[in-house]
Structure formats: structure tokens, C-alpha cells
Design a protein around this ligand. Sequence first.
Ligand SMILES: Cc1cc2nc3c(=O)[nH]c(=O)nc-3n(C[C@H](O)[C@H](O)[C@H](O)COP(=O)(O)OP(=O)(O)OC[C@H]3O[C@@H](n4cnc5c(N)ncnc54)[C@H](O)[C@@H]3O)c2cc1C
Length: 405
Amino acid sequence: MKKAAIIGGGAAGLCCACELLSLAGGRVAVTLFEQKDRVGRKLLVTGNGRCNLTNRGACPDAYPKDVRAFAAPALQRFGPESTLRFFERLSLLTHTDGEGRVYPLSNQAAGVLDALRLEAVRLGAELRCGTAVTALRPAKSGWLVNGEAFDFAVLAPGGKAAARDFSDRLLRALSLPLTKTAPGLVKLQTADPLPRSLKGLRARAKLTLLLGGRKAAEETGELQFGDGTLSGIAAMNLSSVCARAALHGETQAEIAADFVPELPPDALKRLLQTVAATGQREMCEDLLSGLMVKKLGVCLLKRAGIRPDAPTRSLTGAQLDALCEQCKRCVFPITGSGAFADAQVTVGGLSQSGFDPATLESRQYENLYACGEVLDVDGPCGGFNLQWAFASARLCAASVAEKCL
Ligand SMILES: Cc1cc2nc3c(=O)[nH]c(=O)nc-3n(C[C@H](O)[C@H](O)[C@H](O)COP(=O)(O)OP(=O)(O)OC[C@H]3O[C@@H](n4cnc5c(N)ncnc54)[C@H](O)[C@@H]3O)c2cc1C
């Protein structure tokens, strides 16, 4: 009987335990080490407590350019349909929303955690909660985990996002290559006064991330204004691109917001000219009504140098141009982002170069594997990060199981 140690009892660690025991139960004993008093605590807060466990569109191309090639073998072998079949085997039924986001039928993250935890226990995994792994060393054949001998070790300790203790000391002790890290899927900070004056307001917009003045990424969706911050799914997705660029030394970032993405600039200008010329809307404050939330429209008028109480008939061509520019390209210089404590994912981690993407085995150490957020892979909002956790965990399990045959 072989022995496998899984370090970390989160989404990836639990999934790896279930898959490994279902593939090689009887030939491998699994011990899962979790530093907290219970496994899967972070799973409970995912998806606002509903756990968006995968996304039907989670193919490699849906992930950032820098992680696609590395993540592809796991994501192709254990794609979203495979994740759903995995959870069906655990009697967890799901539903999918219009954006491809998958949730448990109960809409309760606890259901996902229970399914994983109960299956791991049913299949015979030993869950050692309240046991942090503080020492991990290669032994003659296999690994010493807190001094105990194992044939295999699987690293699944997660990342720094919303986690108090990151296991970098453990990883550094092994000299595993680590990239720099930054918070991803987090609020963006700006010194621009507009978000503060619209605090709490949400608007639909097409956001373009400009890095060093060049277009780097685009997202259409919800933008939420906060106290000097931009959030909402579209802004949070761009925050990860921004973070990855900053790790590569690109620090000049701007977000250009198009608040009327449905209309090309000419069409918007014609529309506003007609409304102004006919006097259909008497006051400028009503000019953008129907195109966007009124409060946002008033702020854009002021940015364009137009008094909201001015009559629309008095608007000059230059003023209409300035207003169209603010509606179609309202630029916010980005000064930073929220902290790891407020982030949903870690950008960076264990370097992709240190692991074979086909097996997720370390290139440096035999019988050492890694899965989940600890690796330098992150995805956008919408179930893509848990999909990576599950797909990479199952790839590790399949690789270990093959060695147990
Ligand atoms: C608020 C929030 C909401 C989110 N919502 C979603 C969502 O809806 N959909 C989605 O796809 N993603 C979501 N994510 C991201 C997702 O939760 C993570 O990508 C995923 O949990 C990563 O799984 P993991 O197992 O790699 O790490 P984790 O879930 O962080 O698990 C790692 C575990 O290892 C333990 N550990 C660490 N070091 C040690 C050690 N030395 N010894 C023993 N144990 C150790 C930790 O205590 C932890 O329990 C969300 C994240 C946050 C913070």
C-alpha cells in the first residue's frame, strides 16, 4: 500500500483526495493535512455563499494569455462537463445561469463542501484538521511530511487571497521556484474624484484596460463605483490583468469606460444633437436620461464642462463633442489595487516552469505534485478559479494513481 499526503484541505486538496481514492483506493492511503480546525472554510464564502463551482465556458482560451498553455492539459482533460459529472457522482446537482456559471441546486456553498468532505471520508481519507504542515523534506524514496514518511506529496495549500497564512516558507525551504505575487480579482484604486461622488452606484460599461497607453484587455459588464475604487465583475477581471502586468514592471495603467457601448460615437452624437436641437429635453441634466443612470449622466456633463441646469438648446458643437468623449471614453488613471485580504485570487505563485503541465509533477522533485491556487494560474470571475482547482487536483490524482498501479 502506497501513502500519499495532501497538504491543504481546500477545494483542490479535497477534490484530489476523492479522485485519488476513487481511482486507486486499496492501493493508496490518503492523509489530508489541514491547518484550520475544519476543511474547506474558503469554499463556504465563494460565490457569495452560493459557490460558483465551474463555468461551462472554462476552456483554456478563457484564461489569461500567460497561463493558457500551462493550464491547458488539465483543463482539456477535466473540463467543466467533466467537473459536473464528478459532482454528479457525489450526488451534487447543479444549475447553470445565462453566463454559463454553475451553482449547486441548493444555492448553498456548504452543499459543495459537504459533498467533497463526505466523499473523501467515505472513500477512507484521513482528514487531519488543525495540523499545519511545517516541515516537508524529500526522503530516500518519497517524502517526510512533519517527519512522517509518505510515497507522494501533493501541495494544495492555496494562495494569499483571503488567507492569513500562506505557506511560502514551506515552499521556499524546498527552493521551489516562486514568482512574485499580487492580489487578483480585487477592486482597482483611482485618484479620480468621479467614483467617490458616485459611491455605491452600478453602471453597465465596456471597460478597456490601457497599459502604457496601449489597449491590453477589454471587458463589458457591471462597473461599481466606490470610495476611490472601481469594482464589479468587469473591473475585477481587469484587475488581474493589471496585476500580472505590474509583476512584469508595467505600472502605468488606466481604465477607459464606455458608458454607451451599444452606440458608435457618431450615432451617439447625432442622437444628442437631435435631442438638443429639437428642445425635446429642455435641461442638460435630462440629456442622457435613458442612456445611463441619471447621477452618472450629471457627473459626465460636469466633466465635459456643461452645467446640468443649462438649456439644451444652448449647447455648442464643441460641448457636444466633449460630452460624447466623456460618455464613450471616460478615463480613470489606476493608482493601485485592494489588498490580498479583499482579493478573490492570487496572481502568481509556484512557477509554471517548475511543474510538468501534463502531470503537474515537480520537475525538481520526483513524487511531488501541486494543484489549485498555489500554482501560478488564475482565471476571471465566474467559476474559472474553482474549475482550475478541480481540474488540476484531478490531474494530480490521475498522475499519482498511475504510479500506484
Ligand atoms: C471571497 C471569495 C469568493 C470566491 N468565489 C469564487 C467563486 O464563486 N468561484 C470560483 O471559481 N472561485 C472563487 N473564489 C476563488 C476560489 O475560492 C479559489 O480559487 C479556490 O478556493 C482555490 O482552491 P485551493 O484548494 O487551491 O485553495 P484554498 O481553497 O485556499 O485551500 C487551501 C487550504 O490549504 C490550507 N493550508 C495552507 N497551508 C497549509 C499548511 N502548511 N498545512 C496545512 N494546511 C494548509 C488552508 O488553510 C486552506 O484550507 C473565491 C475566492 C474568494 C476569496
